[in-house]
Design a protein around this ligand. Structure first.
Ligand code: AKG
Length: 303
């Protein structure tokens, strides 16, 4: 979908990330781990410059770590929620599995192998819809590692995944891949790419000298398994209880209600409540369905 988001929607997120980069770069400099702050470089290239010296900064903001007001406002952006509602229905949960991905040129974890998001989720959500909105913060194309998808794969089943050789990701083995050719999906800044939890997708290494910045946000219906702290309606799943709380499609992160007709007073509306939720939630583990545990991006002191 082209031109969904404009400058006013995306620039606050970019500024929030820029501020974090600046704070973290200065800390690394103070501790002697970074000599050049690359202050003169813009959003598109500063982290690439810093990462030539240390991967610590990129890894420290990778994933769902940042949870500032601008990220909250993006997740709850009414244009995105309209899209989410059209697929998931009126009671919309933001699955907290949102990820910030600065794909750095020539960075070790650059390639994301073929997978379905359901490979990472609980098996009891295999037949449910968890909608991913992949949102580039810069123009994306094959050379800088835009996403590719296997068309039609969202209509198939969840297939077995194995550990990718990087140890950071799950991957689908070649012999289980559908015969259809993969299709690269260049998306310009302002556009969004929609995937389901069954869409087979991945991305190649970034071969440019700019950072391929993107966020992936996820939404689902409140009728599906969720750990959101909401009143349950008659038709809503409350089984899969773990430690007294209904489990989620991805238990390590906290879900929250973002749009509702029948319990509007339970919608999370402020960045402060969102931040609190992310800070107090104690993640539950996800079922080890393939007998492997991928090591989510984390700081490796040897790097
Ligand atoms: O941004 C990428 O390169 C990969 C994103 C992805 O795999 C996802 O959103 O599930």
């Amino acid at each position: 979908m082209k031109n969904i988001l404009d400058e006013a929607d995306l620039q606050p997120v970019i500024e929030e990330i820029n501020d974090e980069i600046d704070i973290r770069a200065r800390k690394l400099q103070e501790s002697g781990k970074l000599s050049n702050l690359h202050e003169d470089k813009p959003f598109e290239t500063r982290l690439a410059g810093i990462s030539q010296e240390t991967a610590k900064l990129a890894v420290s903001i990778w994933g769902g770590i940042l949870h500032g007001p601008a990220i909250f406002h993006l997740i709850t952006n009414s244009k995105l929620l309209d899209v989410a509602e059209s697929f998931c229905g009126e009671e919309v949960i933001a699955s907290s599995v949102y990820r910030l991905r600065p794909k750095i040129p020539n960075f070790g974890y650059g390639e994301v192998p073929a997978h379905q998001d359901s490979g990472y989720f609980e098996p009891f959500c295999d037949d449910d819809l968890v909608l991913t909105m992949w949102i580039p913060l810069v123009d994306t194309y094959p050379e800088n590692g835009c996403l590719w998808v296997i068309p039609g794969s969202h209509k198939g089943e969840v297939v077995d995944h194995i550990m990718h050789e990087s140890g950071k990701y799950l991957a689908i083995e070649d012999n289980l891949m559908p015969k259809e050719d993969l299709v690269f999906c260049p998306v310009s800044k302002g556009g969004i790419l929609l995937l389901t939890n069954k869409t087979i997708h991945g991305s190649e290494k970034n071969k440019t000298d700019m950072v391929r910045w993107s966020m992936d946000l996820r939404y689902q219906s409140a009728t599906l398994p969720t750990n959101a702290d909401i009143t349950r309606l008659e038709n809503e799943v409350t089984e899969n209880i773990e430690a007294g709380v209904p489990s989620a499609c991805y238990p390590p992160d906290p879900d929250f209600l973002v749009r509702s007709k029948v319990r509007n007073n339970e919608v999370i509306t402020t960045p402060a409540d969102f931040m609190k939720l992310r800070e107090i939630y104690t993640g539950k583990t996800v079922t080890n369905r393939y007998g492997v545990y991928w090591k989510e991006m984390q700081i490796d002191e040897t790097e």
